[in-house]
Design a protein around this ligand. Structure first.
Ligand code: HEM
Length: 148
């Protein structure tokens, strides 16, 4: 499950960037909407599956062979890596939910720029940056805990 979430996170960022490119340079707003909503669903399913797996199986036993892991709490790079990752990861689904729900409510269907554009660009950029940092710090944590 960890590997699956890792791969999903890794794939979400380039697809998201392509979707932003489509909105910004190609005016393909409907396609942008469809991709972003699909990514939102992938994110939701990944988070749910991941949480269930972590609570049922845990992950410490998988990190024990890592040179960055020490028994006890908050004394090693694995834990620091996780703290930094969670700092970005926890707000991300909320930001995405907010951006998607507001965009669906305030843009016409099919979507076109309107008076909501400024606010969407502001919040959507923050959501996109959060997602990128979540994925990047997730990769660092994954490497510290399970690869090194
Ligand atoms: C989390 C989900 C989303 C993210 C991260 C996102 C990201 C972005 C970004 C960064 C831009 C600005 C591009 C630029 O710099 O010009 C943009 C533009 C736009 N997005 Fe989204 N978007 C999301 C969801 C949606 C949804 C669900 C809709 C439609 C219901 C939508 C409709 C639009 C439209 C119409 C524009 C053009 C606004 C304008 O420039 O006037 N977006 N999006």
């Amino acid at each position: 499950m960890l590997d699956l979430v890792f791969t999903a996170m890794f794939a979400v960022v380039p697809v998201m960037l392509a979707s932003i490119y489509l909105a910004k340079y190609k005016q393909r707003f409907q396609l942008h909407k469809q991709i972003q909503v699909a990514l939102g669903i992938v994110l939701l399913v990944a988070v749910a599956a991941f949480e269930i797996d972590m609570r049922m199986n845990g992950w410490h036993h998988l990190a024990e062979p890592s040179p960055y892991w020490q028994d006890g709490s908050w004394n090693d790079w694995v834990d620091y890596g996780l703290a930094v990752h969670l700092f970005f990861a926890i707000p991300t689904p909320f930001l995405w939910g907010y951006v998607i729900v507001q965009a669906m409510r305030k843009f016409p269907n099919p979507p076109q720029p309107n008076e909501y554009s400024r606010a969407h660009r502001f919040w959507a950029r923050i959501a996109a940056i959060e997602m990128t940092l979540t994925a990047f710090t997730g990769v660092v944590f994954y490497w510290l805990a399970f690869v090194a």
